[in-house]
Design a protein around this ligand. Structure first.
Ligand SMILES: N[C@@H](CCC(=O)N[C@@H](CS)C(=O)NCC(=O)O)C(=O)O
Length: 202
């Protein structure tokens, strides 16, 4: 299996954390890439018109994207339990995945606004709107930290990647002050080998 990879991408990290948890990480070859929303990577586009990472290739040559599909594929391949199969547990994990992906997407767009968009074109209100999604997400997590404890599934993995991305790209943003119980949960969860082995770097 292969994956178009960026060591800074939180969505790639989500897939690699899932692969580690499922014992599949060693079977995935990392292909270097240069995905970007402006300078678009034509090599990735040849397989995925969105030109984004993660883009993944099965051993049969099938192309999979995005992170949600890749994680579900890995879970099926590894006969794992990262996606609860039914009942409230399933909907909870999937909704947490959506919350984590949404927080990540907002934090990523806010970063593009500050590092990619020419200064004269920047729009503070739009940046604040994106970071507002992150802040509201943290508030929601803080109310439901008990539900995260003791679980390793697609919900907690995605939330963990979202919090890890805040640490990586927004080191001055004191999210722990906004969500201390969530921070406590993350302190333990991020010690898992799957997280320690996939720390982001620029
Ligand atoms: N929904 C996608 C989001 C992937 C994504 O936004 N990837 C970023 C890097 S973290 C990217 O490729 N950005 C370049 C672009 O959007 O063109 C997923 O879950 O995989």
């Amino acid at each position: 299996m292969k994956i178009y990879f960026s060591p800074a991408s939180p969505f790639v990290r989500k897939c690699l954390v899932a692969a580690h948890e499922l014992g599949l990480a060693e079977r995935i070859e990392k292909l270097p890439s240069a995905a970007g929303p402006v300078a678009r990577d034509q090599t990735i586009i040849a397989s995925n018109p969105l030109g984004q990472v993660p883009t993944f290739f099965t051993d049969d040559g099938q192309v999979l994207y995005d992170s949600r599909v890749i994680c579900e594929y890995l879970n099926a391949l590894g006969d794992g339990a990262l996606f609860p199969t039914e009942g409230p547990a399933r909907w909870q994990a999937l909704t947490e995945q959506s919350l984590g992906d949404g927080m990540l997407g907002a934090a990523l767009l806010a970063r593009y606004e500050t590092v990619l968009r020419p200064e004269a074109l920047r729009w503070d209100g739009w940046y604040e709107g994106q970071m507002g999604k992150v802040r509201n997400g943290l508030a929601q997590l803080e109310q439901s930290t008990a539900a995260l404890a003791q679980r390793v599934d697609i919900g907690t993995i995605t939330i963990g990647c979202a919090l890890g991305y805040l640490d990586f790209r927004y080191p001055a943003y004191d999210w722990r002050a906004l969500a201390p119980k969530t921070a406590q949960w993350f302190a333990g969860f991020s010690e898992r080998p799957s997280f320690r082995n996939t720390l982001p770097c620029a």
